[in-house]
Design a protein around this ligand. Structure first.
Ligand code: IPE
Ligand code: IPE
Ligand code: MG
Length: 228
């Protein structure tokens, strides 16, 4: 059945499989993360061109990922600094950079200052763009987000679905239409548990560095039943 698309779509991606991509090529895991960042750049370019996608949210680094080996974490952090510095590209895509994660000043938050600065600069330098919003989840975990939202809602006097929504890291993020997870895993891994309530899912065997424009379009077809 062909269902016309009603609104700018929100696609959320759990970018998994960087390590496996590297291992299959006999490369260090860090190379997989570097290749993953390039794949993300292509996905952003394609999504910006498609016009049907208004929101793209990607899982860059989770609250659970800090236990990874120090060298790997350091590499992922510096890749995020680079990712947030891609301002020219974001401007040419007319896309805003946004971020969700544990607020920097909150107890337990772990985003280092140099990444905080890159995030703030990226948001400021792309806020004038009127096209797609690209949100990077960094030091993000859905349980932390929902605990904080519930506590704030309680302080404000009423815990309701609306008051929790209003206290999410980015209350303006609409409901997710399609959740993508690469690399053959079918876990949600603490990603956007509130926002994915009624979403469609697209799981693929392909590792994230091999995810491309064509497959992004495939993911959108789970909503429309259309093939490109
Ligand atoms: C996803 O790839 C990137 C992050 C979680 C930061 P992985 O690093 O999880 O790759 P696999 O799952 O080990 O293949
Ligand atoms: C989820 O991937 C987190 C990100 C993509 C940033 P993981 O590879 O960390 O998830 P698990 O550990 O397999 O659930
Ligand atoms: Mg993984």
């Amino acid at each position: 059945m062909n269902t016309p698309l009603q609104h700018p779509l929100h696609i959320a991606c759990i970018m998994d499989g960087n390590g496996r991509w590297a291992r299959r090529r006999g490369l260090p895991r860090t190379e997989g993360h570097t290749a993953g960042e390039e794949a993300l750049a292509e996905v952003v370019r394609t999504a910006a061109r498609l016009k049907t996608i208004g929101w793209l949210t990607v899982f860059g680094f989770s609250t659970e990922n800090w236990v990874r080996p120090r060298t790997e974490v350091r590499h992922i952090l510096s890749l995020h600094r680079k990712l947030f510095a891609r301002t020219e590209e974001m401007n040419s895509n007319n896309a805003q950079t946004r971020w969700i994660g544990r607020p920097f000043s909150e107890k337990g938050a772990r985003t280092p200052v140099y990444v905080q600065k890159a995030i703030k600069k990226a948001i400021a330098d792309t806020s004038h763009n009127s096209g797609m919003a690209v949100t990077v989840a960094f030091d993000y975990g859905s349980r932390a987000e929902l605990l904080r939202a519930s506590q704030l809602a309680m302080k404000q006097g009423a815990v309701t679905a609306q008051s929790i929504q209003n206290n999410l890291y980015d209350p303006t993020l609409p409901a997710v239409d399609v959740l993508v997870r690469t690399s053959g895993e079918t876990r949600i891994s603490n990603f956007m548990l509130w926002q994915i309530k009624g979403c469609a899912v697209y799981f693929t065997e392909r590792t994230w560095p091999d995810f491309n424009a064509h497959e992004l379009q495939e993911a959108v077809t789970v909503l429309t039943g259309r093939s490109h």
